[in-house]
Design a protein around this ligand. Sequence first.
Ligand code: NDP
Length: 252
Amino acid sequence: MTTHNNSRIALVTGGTRGIGEAICRALATDGYQVVTTYRNEEREPDARDWQARMAGDGLEIDLVKMDIADADSCEHAASELLERYGRLDVLVNNAGITRDAVMKKMPLESWHDVIHTNLDGVFQVTRCFLDTLLAQGYGRIINISSINAQKGQFGQVNYSAAKAGIHGFTKALAQETARKGITVNTVSPGYVETDMVRAIDEKIREQIKAQIPVGRFGQPEEIARLVTFLADEQSSFITGADLSINGGMFMH
Ligand code: NDP
């Protein structure tokens, strides 16, 4: 049975800026009812302003409070979403953080924070919706990893390890759900122009850019395009894959 996108529900974690925002825009433009997250009460006013800006562009995006690093918060948000919409079709695990330092100088806390948010967070959020996806016999789970998981990155043992963990998670869950109409894939972006990359020292950013064969950073919209492709009902034969989107910076 073909279901039109306008009855499909999509959750994008951390969608109020950067790559997540572009994914929200692209899915909403394609007709999905998109829901995204804000971490806590403190961030709610900014998230509501963002929601109003999106509405100004004709995109009605819903919000739930969800801290992916907090299992209770994930469960609460998931119940709220499922109460509102009764189903979930597309889950984009996008939210992530960095706490960079060379290992010699990396506090244990930075290791734990990044593993907990970027890897445990993916497990925690996905777990809340898995029964629903299985009962529906349909789902698209798209996990945003990174080129730095594929090749490792100086100054990011925590981030590279957490994001590499997502690849194992994706492949294992893809096998567990393959016969249930659910696909699970990883998207591994290279360097994309968002706050995360703008926070890198300008000299280092220029050095990074020089290593990108296409000669520029990626745009969030380019990552969003790949996500909407994977989210499509017709992308049903792609599962357990890791799709690189990096301007040719890492080929494997
Ligand atoms: P940003 O830092 O611009 O945005 C990250 C988003 O995640 C924000 O909305 C942030 O919320 C949210 N977030 C962080 N922690 C939590 C949490 N505990 N609970 C809920 N939401 C949270 O990142 P990008 O857009 O650059 O990156 C998006 C994803 O893509 C990340 O997973 C990143 O690792 C990955 N990536 C990015 C690349 C890049 O070049 N930019 C390259 C490769 C991968 P808040 O606004 O509250 O901080």
